[in-house]
Ligand binder design. Structure first.
Ligand SMILES: *Cc1c(COP(=O)(O)O)cnc(C)c1O
Length: 393
């Protein structure tokens, strides 16, 4: 197999071909290397591998060819120098914290991040003397005022869940760097197909591969993408010791997920845009949250920062929680599940599920009303999705 420099190819091609180092068996599709360890030719070679003087595989907690292929491919797509895969998105977030933080450090995080990310910082890192302040995602001044001399990094998701608000990554990267902090972006909702945070100035990208990267709701996995220096000094040593490793089987599923990611994301975005416009015309719908609509507060920013507007739409019903539940229960086809990024359309009531653990005051402050419904638009025929929603409108 020729040694190709994939940097010279476009992301669509990288997503399909990069990372696979064909073996002596001349396989076309990448194999699953189901092996926990690797054999050395001599005691001397073993010693060189362990000290890092000789590159190569040692043990699948931290080196596996199938996982390496996934890491190499995703790093190229995110325009990062290096990627490490993890057992889940939460394991990736945990690794970033464990690798970068020490007791006495401070973190600034956007208020609307994934619920378990909030708990990770509020309940666990706090136990070890790391304080976290949560700020409004789109309030750039609030980010800057929350930074303290001991702030290590700023962490955000854009677009946010479930209100699909958009943060200005370049502006926040400038603020972070002016204060000697890192900017970390959870790029789960956009994937590198729609948004490349490192190009915009972010230092670290986090993924839950469980969502769009898999795309068919099969495996749980995560990833961290950053410079060689950050990975080598902070994240890789933690992965090697902490052990929340991605399995070769899951890496193999995610590799094939990446191969279709470009076309899937475009189709998800087209469906979501059409559904958002249709929902805006429904008399029962008070408000639609979708960055493709000119009514969205960060519509211009989304146009600048993303290549498409994304596959998630949320909307508020006039009849509050009762109407939201009625609409969800009236669907026949759409899956009632909190997962997203699947080829199957999913529907959730954030106030009583993903955000149900918040107090009603905290929910109100976050703008998550009882009539809010979130739809992750799948790849079924869009008219079938509309028909299913219409049963409860
Ligand atoms: C799901 C999700 C996570 C957590 O990922 P898991 O793979 O479920 O551990 C983190 N961030 C965002 C934005 C998510 O949607």
């Amino acid at each position: 197999m020729k040694d190709i420099n994939w940097n010279n190819y476009s992301p669509e091609t990288q997503a399909i071909r990069a990372g696979h180092k064909r073996t002596h068996e001349d396989e076309h599709s990448i194999p699953i290397f189901a092996t926990s360890s690797y054999v050395f030719k001599s005691a001397g070679e073993a010693a060189l591998r362990f000290t890092g003087q000789q590159p190569g595989n040692i043990y699948s907690r931290f080196t596996n060819p199938t996982v390496n292929a996934f890491q190499e491919r995703l790093a190229l797509m995110e325009k990062g120098e290096r990627c490490l895969a993890f057992a889940s998105g939460m394991a990736a977030i945990m690794a970033v914290g464990m690798g970068l933080l020490k007791s006495g450090d401070h973190v600034v995080c956007s208020r609307g991040v994934f619920g378990n990310t909030v708990l990770m910082f509020q309940n666990y890192f706090a136990k070890f003397g790391v304080a976290t302040d949560f700020v409004d995602l789109i309030d750039t001044n609030a980010w800057e005022s929350a930074i303290k001399p001991n702030t290590r990094f700023l962490l955000l998701e854009t677009p946010s869940n479930p209100l699909i608000e958009i943060a200005d990554i370049s502006a926040l990267a400038d603020i972070a760097h002016a204060h000697n902090c890192l900017l970390i972006v959870d790029n789960c909702f956009c994937t590198p197909v729609l948004q490349k945070p490192i190009d915009l100035g972010a230092d670290i990208v986090i993924h839950s591969a469980t969502k769009y990267i898999d795309g068919q709701g099969r495996c749980v996995g995560g990833a961290v993408i950053a410079s060689d220096e950050i990975i080598e000094k902070a994240i890789y040593p933690y992965l090697r010791t902490g052990g929340a490793t991605m399995s070769p089987f899951n890496a193999w599923v995610f590799l094939s997920g990446l191969e279709t990611l470009t076309v899937r994301m475009k189709a998800h975005c087209d469906g979501a845009f059409e559904l958002a416009k249709w929902l805006e015309q429904q008399p029962d719908v008070a408000k639609v949250h979708y960055p493709g609509l000119p009514s969205h507060a960060q519509h211009e920013l989304a146009k600048r920062q993303q290549s498409h507007f994304g596959g998630i739409v949320s909307f508020e019903l006039n009849g509050g929680k009762e109407h939201a539940w009625r609409l969800i229960d009236a669907t026949d086809m759409i899956s009632i599940t909190a997962n997203l990024g699947d080829v199957k359309t999913t529907i959730t009531h954030p106030a009583s599920t993903t955000h149900g653990r918040l107090t009603s005051e905290a929910r109100a402050a976050a703008g998550i009303r009882d009539g809010l419904v979130r739809v992750s638009v799948g790849l079924e025929q869009i008219d079938d999705i509309k028909k299913d929603l219409l049963k409860g409108l």
